[in-house]
Design a protein around this ligand. Sequence first.
Ligand SMILES: [Zn+2]
Ligand SMILES: [Zn+2]
Length: 285
Amino acid sequence: MSTIRIGAHMATKGDVSTVPKRTTEIGGNVAQIFVKNPRSWKTGEIKEGMKEKLQAEMVKYDVPIFVHSGYLVNMATPEEELRKKVMHLISNEISMTIQLGLKYYNVHPGSHRGTGEKEGLERIVRTLSEVMSMFPNADLCILLESVSPKGGNIGYKWEHMKYIMDEVGDPRIGVTYDTCHGFDAGYDPRTPETLDMILNEIDKNVGLDKLHMIHLNDSMYPLGVAKDRHQNIGKGYIGMEGMKNLLSNPVIRSKSIVLETPEKALTHADDIKTIKRILKELELH
Ligand SMILES: [Zn+2]
Ligand SMILES: [Zn+2]
């Protein structure tokens, strides 16, 4: 059986090369990071020698790393001045991703801020096309993450992803399925039939080969409520049975599974333990 990749969003703690080791310490073998402060417009830079240091640690601990964009990135913003700032920020984050020798940059498509989905989609296509053209030869993959249908968000339907990918027309674009965000949008992964419907939907629109990451999060609110509140594995409305159903699916298991669950009462290490317990029950680990 091929390795099941499970891990979490990790803090870099000022030295990104510590992420692979710390990931193994919580029981993981894949990670997601921010390359810089996700709340700041200030650009960041990669220190000399960091790529080599990080890559050596990734090989040593066998931990691949995905990058998540910062919170200020909104490719659909209706204000042109702001869109230029966003372009500057994304290109900085992508260039830092490349400088670290990483390939996958996960981003929320964006919010149209009340101007309507059609216009929002057009601006995402324009922004993303411009961004991709700045890195013509890079071994890069942009992952459009499925989001909650709130605040003018685009990307809560797989049709949105298809539209963006078709219009930009760059093969270096893929998708991430966030189970909490999907649940917010009415995609129910709790039964084999409804999970198959979700995967068929992804396959029909963008192709399952374009699905590179699963953000495995439980949801604090019921199906379709769209609050975007992540919950620990098995502790929310997707619940233990829903998680079992997700993890018993071979397509889900073949992708990199990254947790973005809250670390309050429980930690990512606890959630990874829960997942491993489920896999054991399913006799898959
Ligand atoms: Zn996200
Ligand atoms: Zn997510």
